[in-house]
Design a protein around this ligand. Structure first.
Ligand code: HMG
Ligand code: MG
Length: 310
């Protein structure tokens, strides 16, 4: 496909405050999380995964989701979402006033068991009441499929296994479904194969790519999915992230790297890259470690090298 046939705009879903911070060993207070979400919104991000209403015994880092969502000064037009594993989580998310909830399962049985302590089929049953509650409340429902390109416990995952979960999530009433490469093992050909197969049960405009950069493949995978017609991508400021239940999972694709590539290709996102670089600096200071985005590092170096006024 010629570059000119690529879309003029793409949707960027910021997952740093949830997928990023859920894996941080440095304890962060709610005020810092709130400021991060507010800064990301001010930078132009319109989809922000802000919290998870999961068991605090499983993921203590996300225990203050209600406080975070209550503290955010919300911007009009921004969709604040939260992960929910069951009806109990859904009650918390609805009480916190999210506009979108994310139910999450996996393409591999072993990972589902380790992450949510049940089989894939059981997870879908748990999501039924969640889906009904989302419908009643008029809240968007998104499904997320972990380990869609490989599993730390089972190895290679066949596209048919992913398609099966996409179908079940579509049947539940999910508005969209994320195909997630939780351990970042996917390469562009495999990415196109899985999205092509998934498009057989849910149109591409209802699928999103969630790539981790563990093997340095995330941007190449975005490009492969873009070429195929995918128009929604997840990323995490400063490349934060990983999953506590996926051995070897490192950071998500950094938002700064995704924006640098898309904007360089003339694809608009509505997001201010320099402002996201500042968000990355902010959260890096809070966790005591610089982010992993190479675009951010280069842009910061360029700022330092720029002639000073006067
Ligand atoms: P369980 O232990 O099988 O279930 O956990 P349970 O019903 O026995 O609950 C255990 C305890 O949690 C009980 O409390 C429940 O009340 C409580 P206790 O009696 O021990 O005091 N509980 C809850 N508390 C708050 N909110 C709730 C909730 N539910 C139960 N919603 C469960 C099953 C699903 C709850 C657990 O396994 C869990 O919370 N897992 C979440 C794991 C998680 O958040 N993983 C990270 C997100 S997935 C991810 O990062 C990948 C993704 O980003 C894609 C990618 O990056 O590739 C999506
Ligand atoms: Mg992730």
């Amino acid at each position: 496909m010629a570059w000119s046939q690529l879309p003029s705009s793409v949707e960027v879903v910021e997952v740093g405050p949830r997928d990023g911070l859920q894996n941080e060993s440095t304890p962060l207070d709610a005020a810092t999380k709130i400021e991060l979400v507010e800064r990301l919104g001010a930078a132009g991000l319109r989809f922000i995964e802000a919290a998870a209403f999961v068991s605090p015994r499983w993921v203590p880092q996300m225990a203050d989701g209600a406080q975070v969502l209550a503290g955010i000064r919300r911007l009009p037009g921004v969709v604040y979402s939260a992960l929910v594993p069951n009806a109990r989580g859904m009650e918390g998310a609805l009480a916190a006033g999210v506009q979108e909830v994310v139910v999450f399962s996996a393409a591999s049985e072993s990972f589902a068991r380790r992450n949510i302590n049940c089989s894939i089929a059981e997870s879908i049953e748990r999501f039924r009441p969640v889906a009904a509650m989302a419908r009643d409340a008029g809240v968007r429902l998104r499904g997320s499929i972990s380990c869609a390109l490989g599993c730390p416990y089972e190895g290679a995952i066949a596209p048919a296994a992913v398609v099966d979960v996409v179908r079940r999530m579509a049947d539940l009433g999910c508005d969209s479904v994320d195909i997630a490469d939780t351990i970042g093992v996917g390469t562009p050909g495999a990415v196109q194969a899985v999205f092509e197969a998934a498009a057989g049960v849910l149109p591409l405009h209802r699928l999103a790519g969630h790539f981790h950069d563990t093997y340095g493949q995330a941007l190449a995978n975005v490009l492969a999915a873009l070429e195929l017609g995918v128009r929604s991508f997840h990323a995490s400021v400063a490349g934060l992230g990983g999953c506590p239940f996926a051995r070897g999972a490192t950071g998500n694709l950094a938002t700064e790297d995704l924006l640098y590539m898309l904007h360089g290709m003339g694809i608009s996102t509505g997001v201010d890259l320099q402002a996201v670089v500042d968000c990355g600096e902010f959260i890096g200071r809070a966790i005591g470690r610089p982010g992993t985005s190479r675009a951010a590092r280069a842009l910061l170096a360029a700022r330092g090298a720029a002639p000073q006024p006067g």
